[in-house]
Write a protein that binds this ligand. Sequence first.
Ligand code: RIB
Ligand code: CA
Length: 307
Amino acid sequence: MSKKRPIIIDTDPGIDDAVAIAIALFSEELDVKLFTTVAGNVNLEKVTGNMLKLLKFWDKSIPVAKGANDPLIRPAIDASDIHGSSGMDGYDFEEGDTSIVLSDHAVNAMYKTLMNSEEKITIVPIGPLTNIALLLKVYPEVKAKIAEIVLMGGSTSRGNKGVMSEFNIAVDPEAAKIVFSSGVPIVMAGLDVGWKALVFPEDSAKIKTFNKTGEMIYSLFQKYRSGGLKNGLRMYDSCAIAYLLKPEMYQVVESFVDVELAGSLTAGTTVVDLKGYLKQPANALVCVDINPEMFKDWLLESLKKCQ
Ligand code: RIB
Ligand code: CA
């Protein structure tokens, strides 16, 4: 078997985060070295508790480090309207084991994991980018140890939190600007693909029959309010994992990407300069389209591998 790809997942679970985490944990191709949590869908205590609940559910002992509870500058916003007040409404999880939470802040835990690794590590942010921005600013030397950042976030067009802003970027635009301007290789899996990465009722019914993970995910989907069971539930965060495991499902373009900070109506917009008007070198590989059927087949096959 070929060597597994080492990754760090920075997350704000989050119902769609739970699906992405399941796929990553049971993939034969990925080696999750560390989970770091960041406030996003709900606050830091809740997302960290949810991360621990998921690891308990799967009896996995992978390090978890708590990160930022607030954006760098702006007041916190959340997505409890989409994921429920717990952040993972719909399933009655057993409480996780708080003793496995590292004493290090997520930034320091990422720093140590990266610097102690013999090989470069891929960072997979599937929540707001606050922790990643702090890591790159406090420890710029880690850039040499990061293979790439494959993030769920942004949009080449309209938003899902603001008129023009996707949630993960809208929570902390300043952090996103730091990450996109860092010089680290970035892959952006945004709404252009997330809005086509859908689970319909017939798919959800199949997932329920796969295994206990499928049963759990099916229960979460009853409370997940992103899209709708009728017109498709959006598997946003799985799009980042899908890029690692089946990139051929995507159409990608290299582009300069920056983040609007000043606009009173547009802060958090990812300005994706597909036509080069700004005459800046490309700093990201942007997923601009996806094969929906290939995604669906991949998602179902991946969930079948879970326990
Ligand atoms: O816009 C979708 C993103 O916001 C996903 O990461 C979802 O979990 C929410 O955090
Ligand atoms: Ca998320």
